[in-house]
Write a protein that binds this ligand. Structure first.
Ligand code: GLU
Length: 330
């Protein structure tokens, strides 16, 4: 719990925003020397990133933003795309149809575990690869181009620009993606996804290769945290019910086999990607994001986890801090 800093009456005010900037700058300086972990190498192209890149960003529900470090550096979104695709599936097909194929149970297993929820005959949750591939199968369209366009249009609404795709990362993932291929064929064998397996995998590899900055991630987080209303365009991208569902699975499953520890120590619904990004959603307040490519054994950015631990503590952001000033009515 924080003991210093602006008072409760300043939670949405300028002083609090300035304080956030000061804290993020100090954290950036402090953590820049931390070089534990390694960039992901199982997708060969990802190992070519500069491992020392580091950035932190925050966007409020009112659109005010703060960022420090390599704020304009682009990296691949990877699994953070699963948040958006899950929201899209819920919006398009409704909860029941989605729940028939993908549950909401945390697995406690790594992101790429080859597993199904045998009891319910579905993928365990949308944040691990098996569930995410089942969700991508639900993207509408008659062929790869149409389905790719649907996904890119979704990103465009969040980012405010047509997204670029890192073709080299996408090709690298496609060539080396036999584990995801195995998962997808297992899903198809069980009738959980359709048999357009290679096409769905191509959409999945593409969605993971969308290029974003840390500020983009914070904006995505802020939109979801703001009941689906984009803080700058004002567009209602997801319904409040859908964002509630997305944030719930992010809290319980978003950090894979580290989700329990994360909920306990950080207490912010979040999603990480092996590109080095982490996005957090603070309901009704805004989005936080960190980017640094060196990963820990769970596949999460080492510096990114430290950033979230520190910010949660300094700003009382844990969801279950009952006396957190953010929760106070304004
Ligand atoms: N594209 C990666 C994969 O499917 C995403 C994994 C992640 O970011 O956790 O292997």
């Amino acid at each position: 719990m924080s003991s210093v800093g602006p008072t409760d009456t300043d939670v949405h005010g300028e002083r609090r925003i300035e304080w956030l900037h000061e804290v993020c700058s100090a954290l950036h300086d402090e953590l820049s020397d931390l070089d534990d972990g390694l960039p992901a190498s199982y997708i060969p192209e990802l190992s070519r990133v500069d491992p020392d890149r580091f950035a932190i960003a925050a966007v409020g529900r009112d659109g005010r933003s703060q960022s420090v470090g390599d704020r304009s550096h682009h990296f691949t979104i990877q699994s953070i795309s699963k948040l958006l695709l899950y929201g899209l599936a819920l919006e398009t097909h409704g909860r029941d149809a989605v729940l028939q194929r993908v549950g909401v149970a945390p697995t406690g297993d790594p992101f790429n575990a080859i597993e199904l929820d045998e009891e319910h005959h579905r993928a365990p949750n949308p944040m691990v690869n098996s569930g995410a591939i089942a969700i991508t199968d639900l993207v509408s369209g008659g062929n790869l181009d149409e389905r790719t366009a649907v996904v890119l249009r979704l990103f465009e609404r969040f980012l405010g620009r047509r997204p670029d795709v890192d073709r080299a990362v996408c090709a690298s993932e496609r060539v080396t993606g036999n584990r995801n291929r195995a998962i997808a064929y297992l899903l198809a064998n069980g009738g959980i996804i359709t048999d357009r397996v290679e096409e769905t995998l191509d959409v999945y590899f593409m969605q993971c290769s969308v290029l974003v900055t840390v500020e983009d991630l914070a904006l995505i987080g802020a939109t979801i945290a703001n009941a689906g209303v984009h803080p700058t365009t004002g567009e209602q991208i997801f319904s409040p019910q859908v964002t509630r569902d997305v944030m719930t699975v992010a809290l319980t499953c978003g950090m894979y086999d580290y989700a329990g520890e994360w909920a306990y120590t950080v207490g912010i619904p979040a999603k990480s990607g092996v590109g080095g990004g982490i996005v957090g959603m603070i309901p009704g307040v805004g989005g936080l994001a960190a980017f640094s490519p060196r990963l820990d054994e769970h596949g999460h950015s080492v510096r990114g986890v430290k950033v979230f631990e520190a910010l949660s503590d300094r700003f009382d952001l844990h969801l279950f801090d009952s006396d957190r000033p953010w929760a106070a009515p304004t």
